[in-house]
Design a protein around this ligand. Sequence first.
Ligand SMILES: NC(=O)c1ccc[n+]([C@@H]2O[C@H](COP(=O)([O-])OP(=O)(O)OC[C@H]3O[C@@H](n4cnc5c(N)ncnc54)[C@H](O)[C@@H]3O)[C@@H](O)[C@H]2O)c1
Length: 349
Amino acid sequence: MKNILVTGGAGFIGSNFIRHMLEKHQEYKIINVDVLTYAGNLENLKGIANEQNYKFIKADIRDRKKIDDIFTTYNITTVVNFAAESHVDRSIEEPEVFLTTNIIGTQVLLDTAKKYWKVNPDDKYCKQYKPGVKFLQISTDEVYGALGSTGMFVEAMPLLPNSPYSASKASADLIVRAYHETYGMPVNITRCSNNYGPYQFPEKLIPLMINNCINNKDLPVYGDGMQVRDWLHVSDHCSAIDTVLHKGADGEIYNIGGNNEKTNIEIVKLIIKTLGKSEELIKYVKDRPGHDRRYAIDNSKITSQLGWAPAYTFEEGMKETIEWYLNNTDWIYNIVSGDYQMYYMKMYD
Ligand SMILES: NC(=O)c1ccc[n+]([C@@H]2O[C@H](COP(=O)([O-])OP(=O)(O)OC[C@H]3O[C@@H](n4cnc5c(N)ncnc54)[C@H](O)[C@@H]3O)[C@@H](O)[C@H]2O)c1
């Protein structure tokens, strides 16, 4: 049986991934470690809290002692590291926590994994690991920097991150790579494009626009709204991670993209149209400093080598996503009102 440590499992992608794994792989035990920042919400995992092969632990990935205890208690054999500060705007305001969580936190996890997984941890030349162990780092296409109007990101490109967020993620990728090169640790890094789907914190483009639109509030669009992103449905992302976990070759990096390049303004207009609102709600605001113009992912490595492909078209995915937010207004309300954080203060602090 694999005991999988999922970090950041109360966030958007992590919670979708835990649901995916519990549904597809009853033979695994999932240990979800999350410190519950503003972005962590246990409501995302409602209905599975008492499942036998699932355990939630409130802990900070920077807390070496706690992470060490978790490895011993649960005999961790796999790490899927989602835990991160993830919002670019916040990284521009307050970069430091991005560096400590995204870089140092990752290094603490790697160090602990090395200690427990190496066949002979006291021999610095030993590169032999227990069978079946793996460290999977969830990264982002933003580490590559920005593209012009043509071209796509491939895994071999140099890293040229532009925001404190993407710089912290790029640093973590390099540390993960170094643990493979220096210590022989079995690792994979995945770099995905922009995710969308259920349970995304309503500060990110799609849920923000849906929520504002439902409430007839202004729809703030950065600059001219012509920034291009590739969009990946979160369930496609989860199936890609599952594929890399099982089939990824040690030390390899895999791009994950949805083959859906869209401008931000196209997305905003699609949401307005689907919800039957007026484009007068759009409010162009001053562009974000250092705003990357275009990202596009070449996902041919994962599709040709591991046989993964996205299942959603953007149209289907958006229709379902908008419906989900319409049917889960309580979930959004609890976040926007801050009720879920009051609950944690009562329960966990
Ligand atoms: N959302 C996207 O479109 C996207 C795109 C590319 C890559 N990613 C990457 O995927 C991962 C997950 O993204 P997300 O959108 O689900 O993020 P999120 O912000 O929704 O969730 C992050 C989770 O990490 C937890 N966390 C933060 N700091 C922690 C710490 N020190 N210790 C333990 N837990 C901590 C938070 O409480 C939260 O539950 C991140 O690593 C992010 O960089 C996301």
